[in-house]
Design a protein around this ligand. Structure first.
Ligand code: HPA
Ligand code: ZN
Length: 325
């Protein structure tokens, strides 16, 4: 059994496996522009974040009914359990669905019915705003989500980063804070270190998603280490989207050496060639991380989570007691 861990950076729409995409397409009478699973998989070759997002949003067309979102979420939880995941903080992109006519109710009801039925993994939901859409649309989405806030722990910020700085969403994140929601944001994946500063100073986030570009700014690096602001790093994603040339070049060891609270996550596992434990193993294989490094990363994943201290400490004790095969 894989080491117990939390997953803190996972887009539920990014867990849509080609087989399930075809199954849902058939169920909903949709014709995908791919002949079969292999043909679709062959499209999973990306040059940057945008080239991935184009396919990611296109394939979402198969998600129409509460059952579709339920089945997607159930499939993720089953996979996650085999990867040692005990707690998952799951992103979803409401605007990617409401903008094509799928009601927010459908999305949330489908996802939460699967989360509630799965008792081995504790979960939180993080509502992400699409940063390449207008700030007013994000504000409208936050208002539309008000009847569902008992299901939602935090807000996040994702989609195409460059040209869409965090400050575009200062008011939306303030409104989310006023509603009692916690805050995270993608920053410094493709965008500059300054976007990380903006997310911290203007959006008041508790974690930075990706954040690898912090290495360009020594003052920021020191700040993140001092404050122990977690980074949710996604190594296989960074290589597939060419933010990093190869795994052997990945800056994760440098981030750990600088004293940051680093976690390892899968981002969009169906598209990037691995779930969360596959990311741990790839780091071990390509960067020589030791078993004790993996234990540190697993411990960090719970420390960086939104869990209550009681469950967090219970799960960290499981990490400490874990015996590697
Ligand atoms: N970055 C930005 N937006 C996203 C990602 C990502 O890695 N995955 C899904 N939406
Ligand atoms: Zn992401």
């Amino acid at each position: 059994m894989a080491i117990p861990k939390a997953e803190l950076h996972i887009h539920i729409e990014g867990t849509l496996e080609p087989e399930l995409a075809f199954h849902l397409a058939q169920r909903n009478n949709i014709t995908l522009p791919y002949t079969d699973v292999e043909h679709l998989r062959s499209a999973y070759s990306f040059t940057d974040l945008q080239s991935f997002l184009d396919l990611y949003y296109r394939l979402m067309d198969v998600l129409r009914t509460p059952d579709d979102f339920h089945d997607l979420t159930t499939a993720y939880l089953q996979r996650a359990a085999t990867q040692g995941v005990r707690h998952a903080e799951i992103f979803f992109d409401p605007q990617a669905h409401t903008n094509r006519g799928i009601p927010l109710d459908t999305v949330i009801q489908g996802i939460t019915s699967a989360l509630d039925a799965h008792h081995d993994i504790s979960t939180d939901l993080i509502l992400c705003f699409l940063r390449d859409r207008p700030a007013q649309e994000a504000m409208d989405t936050l208002h539309a989500a008000r009847p569902h806030l008992h299901h939602i722990t935090a807000v996040g910020l994702d989609s195409a980063e460059i040209g869409h700085p965090p400050t575009k969403f200062t008011e939306v994140f303030q409104a989310a804070a006023d509603l009692g929601l916690r805050r995270v944001a993608h920053a410094g994946e493709e965008g500059p270190a300054d976007y990380i500063w903006q997310a911290l100073n203007h959006l008041d986030v508790e974690r930075i998603d990706h954040g690898i570009r912090c290495l360009d700014d020594p003052t920021l690096l020191t700040h993140l280490a001092t404050t122990q602001t977690p980074l949710t790093v996604c190594p296989l994603s960074n290589v597939r989207l060419r933010a990093v040339p190869t795994l052997a070049d990945h800056p994760l060891p440098a981030l750990m050496d600088a004293g940051l609270l680093v976690t390892v996550n899968s981002d969009d596992p169906s598209y990037f060639g691995g779930y969360v434990h596959d990311n741990y193993l790839a780091l071990q294989h390509h960067l020589g991380l030791t078993n004790e490094d993996l234990r540190t990363l697993a411990r960090n994943s719970f420390t960086a989570s939104f869990l209550t201290p009681k469950r967090r400490d219970h799960l960290i004790a499981q990490v400490d007691a874990y015996v590697f095969p």
